[in-house]
Design a protein around this ligand. Structure first.
Ligand code: C2O
Ligand code: CU
Length: 527
């Protein structure tokens, strides 16, 4: 696929791109005590032994190979869709609670961005925040230099600055965009991104986007203060005492939120609010359709630390997509969705008033939206439809549709990722190291690469790979195509990808606090 030879001579020297100031992810007091430096050296040594990587030349975000991959994705007829985004402080009414936060424009979620597959987005981002920012286009197989990761693919957009992200969106599906600086994702800096299929194979009458979030910003705390709490003495339990907690291990005792569905701890943060489309459960949005409508729900989890169990009272639903890619349809009562995941379902609307409920899994709280097709009183915030306790389907139970299934091929390269952590220090790791400038998951263009992710902690990690969609291999070799997959405690998830999008790509836990506290690394293309 990738003819890299002819382009080698054009490879720009972009040392400056990678020679940026230290990643904000490790800019925390307790990470500067020396461990990071030592571990960084260990990382280099590991690389050297693995692929003689010291000699390998990184394919940087501005490499000609990145440009030629983009050219191959872009048809002559690709139209350009300009969008203006301003990241700015905003005062937002969540339906009672009014919070000062940071948002794209004056709404949370930010305004939908939508374009047909194969077209180009040109998003000019103006930074009116007091801090640097960036935008990541989550799930899109885009050109590496537009991926929005400061320190890896670009310089952060300085306060008062701006940047235009311009790229082709090759694959239809449900995506999202969000800030990729610090804990900014856990403010209001996010929005849905839909890439339409010009020849949509699914038959439905209407669609509705359902953005899930957990909310703390502007309630007397910010995501940055939450991270500080976590780093200075253990988990935030919303007031539960940490005394008696086994701080050395990843024990789920002592009042941590827990869930059998998640195989252990359900999160590190008990939030004051959980939201559907920016509203608390006591003041939900209402959406209206006619009975019999075949409705596509595009469910997006943009939470920082919360998996949701989602059901529509009075209805079964049919799961049709996972992370933008089609799956063999599965009928279910409820779905389980981790941070960074998207699940699309079809439902045929009955006649009446129904709760669309998102249970904050293991956290004893929920978010609500009302779906109305007829007369009747709206369900209240306390409603708990029986579907929530019926058949619950997570993405790992799904199988890619035949036309997107990646047939099993002997991998050219396997990378093991052991997910670990030290709860006492609130440091989360991949292969015993926190994120740094290491580039130890090296791949070459055109290879089939297997990622084996093993969770050695007591909490689930939704692992996200930028710029690619991998094929999860269950025991049968099937499984869904995804860019974000929940790895439960004690489990191993195997995922194969074709290395067809050269550049430097982040791999990380989509729990914003885990990522920020170290659980990130890079899938690094080399020549
Ligand atoms: Cu949605 Cu690197 O993340
Ligand atoms: Cu995690």
């Amino acid at each position: 696929m990738i003819s890299n030879r002819s382009d080698d001579s054009d490879a720009a020297d972009t040392t400056a791109v990678l020679g940026l100031p230290p990643d904000r992810t490790i800019g925390r007091r307790q990470f500067l005590g020396g461990t990071v430096g030592l571990l960084g050296l260990a990382g280099l040594a590991a690389c050297t032994s693995r692929t003689s990587a010291a000699a390998a030349q990184l394919i940087r975000p501005t490499d000609a190979l990145v440009q030629s991959a983009e050219a191959r994705r872009t048809g002559a007829a690709a139209a350009l869709h300009p969008v203006d985004l301003t990241a700015r402080p905003a005062t937002i009414d969540l339906g009672g609670p009014v919070v000062d936060t940071w948002a794209y424009g004056e709404a949370v979620p930010g305004a939908l961005v939508r374009l047909p597959a194969g077209d180009r987005l040109a998003a000019t981002v103006t930074n009116a925040l007091p801090d640097p920012t960036s935008v990541h286009w989550h799930g899109i197989a885009l050109r590496n230099d537009m991926d929005g990761v400061p320190g890896l693919t670009q310089k952060a957009i300085a306060s008062g600055g701006s940047m235009t992200y311009e790229f082709t969106a090759p694959d239809p599906g449900t995506y999202m965009f969000h800030s990729h600086v610090g804990t900014q994702l856990d403010r209001g800096l996010y929005a849905p991104l839909i890439v339409d299929d010009p020849s949509e194979p699914l038959a439905y009458d209407a669609e509705h986007i359902v953005v899930l979030d957990d909310w703390v910003d502007g309630t007397g705390r910010t995501p940055d203060s939450v991270l500080q709490e976590l780093q200075s003495g253990g988990m935030d339990m919303g007031g539960t005492s940490m005394d008696g907690m086994d701080m050395g291990g990843m024990s789920s005792s002592g009042g941590a939120p827990a869930s059998p569905l998640l195989g252990g701890d359900a999160g590190d943060v008990q939030y004051p609010y959980y939201l559907i489309n920016g509203r608390v459960a006591t003041a939900p949005n209402t959406v209206t359709f006619t009975p019999g409508t075949r409705l596509r729900l595009r469910i997006i989890n943009l939470a920082g630390d919360t998996a949701f169990r989602v059901a529509l009272g009075g209805h079964r639903m049919t799961v049709v997509h996972s992370d933008g890619f089609p799956v063999s349809p599965v009928d279910t009562d409820a779905i389980l969705i981790g941070m960074g995941e998207r699940i699309d379902v079809l439902v045929t609307m009955a006649d009446g008033v129904f709760p669309l409920i998102a249970l904050a899994e293991g956290k004893n709280a929920s978010a609500l939206e009302i779906v109305r097709t007829g007369a009747g009183a709206a369900p209240t915030a306390e409603t708990r439809p029986s579907e929530l306790d019926g058949q619950i389907t997570g993405a790992l139970a799904l199988e890619a549709a035949e036309d997107v299934f990646l047939p099993e091929r002997r991998p050219d390269r396997t990378h093991d990722l052991v997910l670990g952590g030290d709860m006492a220090a609130y440091q989360w790791t991949i292969n015993d190291r926190m994120y740094s400038k290491r580039r130890d998951l090296q791949v070459r263009p055109g290879e089939v690469v297997r990622l084996k992710m093993t969770n050695s902690t007591m909490m689930f990690h939704p692992m996200h790979l930028h710029g690619h969609t991998f094929q999860v291999r269950s025991a049968t070799g099937r499984g869904p195509r995804k860019d974000t997959v929940m790895v439960l405690p004690g489990e191993t998830v195997t995922a194969d990808l074709v290395a067809d999008n050269p550049g430097q790509w982040l791999v990380h836990c989509h729990n914003v606090y885990h990522g920020e506290a170290g659980m990130m690394t890079a899938l690094s293309y080399v020549k």
